[in-house]
Design a protein around this ligand. Structure first.
Ligand code: FES
Length: 171
């Protein structure tokens, strides 16, 4: 009994190898796409921060005068105390394309150096192209100390008074 040997065809082998390689790469891309889509959907459309909260103590309530705006460099945010005593922590990131805004004490507004958006002291848009208010950081007041979560930024569609945090009055 004789066994017939098939002649080796290097072109055919290369084609088979390449088509398997492309199939493998295609599968990897598909798995990554499906995984990324699922992660996006599970995280609630990607709007929520995925970071763990990290509260830092920024000082006693009385350190912040009514109507003051204080830059907290560690968190790249501003701590605002409105005239009624309410506290609000606002991200420094412009909601247009993310440039760092700056407080203009004379005009009493936040100004973005990139495309000239401006915001009032509660973060509301005064001048476009930014289309939504500055993001807000969670804030607590415990034992007279102001604490800010520097890792979490919450998107807002508008400013609401319930976003303010007040110190409990003594007595
Ligand atoms: S990044 Fe602020 S206005 Fe464009």
């Amino acid at each position: 009994m004789s066994i017939e040997k098939q002649p080796l065809n290097p072109t055919s082998n290369r084609r088979t190898f390449l088509s398997r390689l492309w199939l493998g790469l295609g599968l990897v891309a598909l798995v990554q796409f499906v995984g990324g889509t699922l992660a996006f959907l599970v995280s609630g459309s990607g709007k929520k921060s995925t970071h763990e909260p990290l509260f830092i103590e920024v000082g006693p309530v009385d350190n912040f005068a009514l109507g003051s705006v204080t830059l907290i460099r560690q968190g790249e945010l501003y701590l605002n105390r409105l005239e009624d005593g309410g506290f609000l922590a606002l991200s420094r990131k412009c909601t247009h394309l993310g440039c760092a805004i700056a407080w203009d004490e004379e005009q009493k507004l936040f100004a973005c150096p990139c495309h000239a958006s401006t915001f009032d002291n509660s973060g509301r848009v005064l001048k476009t192209p930014a289309s939504r208010p500055l993001d807000q950081h969670p804030l607590t007041i415990e034992n007279g100390q102001v604490n800010i979560d520097i890792e979490t930024r919450n998107r807002r569609q508008s400013f609401k008074p319930e976003q303010l945090t007040y110190a409990l009055k003594k007595g």
